[in-house]
Write a protein of this length. Structure first.
Lengths: 354, 199
């Protein structure tokens, strides 16, 4: 009987410490609302509808000649690429001497439900690229696409190869039928016509639900336990809250754009088969003939490597590189691995071509 | 035998629902016709417009009821799938870690086993055809319920001479199309200016 009721005093101690941490948390850390996610100094240089073009201020005396524009994903916001100084994708590129622009897709409202791929590819992206070309007196720029932003950038690069000197595809969403993630399974069974007809834009709450089913227990329970356990660790807590704030802030996706994306990528898989059309123009991946650098994360549970890698084999470029990293979707762009391995490799490749 | 009984029951519910729908529509129509003459005296007031469209509200409410039955079917299936996955995962945890953790290291190890097994099993469920299919139908029914609610709201909006959702959508579509045309015209103009300057 005595054995059954014996509990390690360390367990009680841990429980008491954890409870104390939960109580003390509001005194020790800022509320997510109070955290400003924009880290590196920048200027808004152009605006179109709800989108804007950000230009980061240079951190080096000398810069490479070809400017770089990042086409961020449609889900969540660009802040993850500049989440904190020591993990900032943008800052690292600036320190390597690149001239960096970022496309902020903004927050679409009900009025924007008819915005489609044509508006994003031949409208916003094309206009901003023209602006950068004029400002920098370059005929071509380097374009980087991340996640769904890479789907848009890939379409742009195929339609306007004359404007793109180098193309960087980071975890691109390309081959929906090969994608092995939960997102792809949900997308395949979605009545997207009905969804867009009735609710218009894809609501952020729905997107958030789709992400919450990915590793539900690790992400839904364990990470918060870790947060409270490490409440005294300023660096850990700051990083945690920044990423959490970024995760919780996802804008709606314009209805027509969402419809075409789900149909052409996940349901019909048109892009990789060169059967996708934007306003009557065929997206032919063979027309992507400039130097291309594709980055894939082996542990990506949002865009599986099988979904991204086919781009490397489908394009017409002769100068093409495929790199795989032992990390996840976010780890590839905002981690110590990205700072130590991913960005130096990218910087070296890009410097040779800029 | 059991499936035949279920089918019979579903058909009988459908018949009752149809009868109720017919009865409701019959009386709202008759009452509307009987009352339309005195109502015409106040033809510009909100009640006239509301009364003229009130039949639409009863139709929508009946259809909501039908769709709710379908929605309940899929939502029950959704939670059944979750509950089954939970049960199977818990059994796996019990097999792998049968002892009650005694110290802090064992608690940590137990927690790791629990999270890994639950994450794997639930990811397997969310990735399965049966889950995707049922979830798609569940969302689709939810959308139909939203559509009925939109239609009811439209009746109220029209009774106070405000545009319906479809009319607002038409405006949005028109604005979008105009913006696109203006953008293309501006681009053409820019190209012409550039070639003129080049000459």
């Amino acid at each position: 009987m005595q054995n059954e009721s014996r509990v390690d005093p360390k367990i009680i101690e841990e429980i008491l410490k954890f409870s104390k941490n939960v109580i003390n948390a509001p005194k020790l850390v800022a509320a997510p609302d109070e955290i400003v996610l924009e880290v590196t100094p920048h200027d808004t240089v152009q605006r179109m509808d709800k989108t804007r073009l950000i230009h980061y201020r240079s951190l080096t005396e000398k810069q490479h000649r070809t400017p770089l524009l990042i086409s961020y994903a449609l889900i969540n916001r660009y802040h993850i690429l500049d989440i904190q100084p020591e993990k900032s994708w943008v800052r690292n590129l600036l320190q390597q001497g690149f001239d960096v622009y970022m496309l902020d897709w903004g927050t679409p409202t009900s009025m924007d439900k008819y915005l489609d791929f044509d508006d994003y590819v031949n409208g916003y992206l094309d206009s901003y690229i023209e602006y950068i070309k004029n400002e920098s007196s370059n005929e071509k720029i380097t374009l980087q696409g991340y996640c769904t932003g890479a789907t848009i950038a890939t379409a742009y690069t195929s339609l306007h190869p004359e404007s793109v000197k180098n193309y960087i595809a980071t975890a691109p969403v390309i081959d929906g039928w090969r994608d092995t993630t939960v997102i792809s399974n949900l997308a395949k069974h979605m009545d997207v016509d009905k969804m867009v007809e009735i609710i218009g834009n894809m609501p952020p709450e729905f997107m958030y639900y789709c992400f919450s089913v990915l590793k539900p227990f690790e992400q839904g329970i364990e990470k918060y336990v870790k947060f409270f356990k490490n409440i005294d660790n300023k660096k850990f807590v700051d990083n945690f809250l920044r990423v959490e704030k970024w995760l919780g802030d996802t804008p709606p996706i314009p209805g027509e754009l969402f419809k075409q994306w789900i149909k052409d990528i996940y349901q019909d898989n048109s892009l990789i088969q060169n059967k996708m059309y934007i306003e009557g123009q065929k997206i032919d991946l063979k027309k992507i003939d400039m130097p291309v650098f594709t980055q894939v994360a082996v542990g990506d549970h949002l865009v599986s490597p099988e979904c991204s890698m086919p781009l490397h084999y489908a394009i017409g470029s002769e100068d093409k590189t495929l790199r795989m990293y032992p990390t996840g979707h976010v780890g590839m762009i905002a981690s110590s691995l990205s700072q130590k391995k991913v960005l130096p490799e990218l910087g070296q490749w890009l410097a040779e071509r800029s | 035998m059991h499936s035949e009984q279920t089918k019979d029951k579903a058909e009988s519910i459908k018949e009752i629902s149809d009868q109720y729908k017919h009865l409701s529509l019959f009386w709202t129509d008759i009452m509307h016709l009987m009352a339309s003459k005195p109502q015409a005296l106040t033809s510009i007031g909100p009640m006239r417009a509301f009364a003229a469209n009130s039949k639409k509200i009863s139709t929508e409410l009946i259809e909501i009821n039908e769709d709710l039955m379908e929605f309940n079917k899929y939502v029950t299936q959704y939670y059944k799938q979750l509950a089954e996955a939970w049960g199977i995962a818990q059994k796996k945890v019990n097999l792998k870690a049968p002892e009650v953790p005694q110290d802090i290291e064992q608690v940590e190890a137990f927690k790791r086993i629990w999270i890994d097994i639950f994450d794997n099993d639930f990811t397997e469920l969310f990735d399965s055809e049966k889950f995707g299919e049922n979830y798609g139908k569940l969302v689709s029914k939810e959308l139909e319920l939203t559509k009925h609610w939109n239609n009811i709201t439209n009746v109220i909006l029209q009774s106070v001479n405000l545009p319906s959702k479809e009319e607002i959508d038409e405006v949005y579509k028109e604005i979008h199309s105009l913006k696109k045309r203006v953008g293309k015209l501006e681009l053409e103009l820019k190209k012409k200016e550039m070639s003129k300057n080049a000459k």
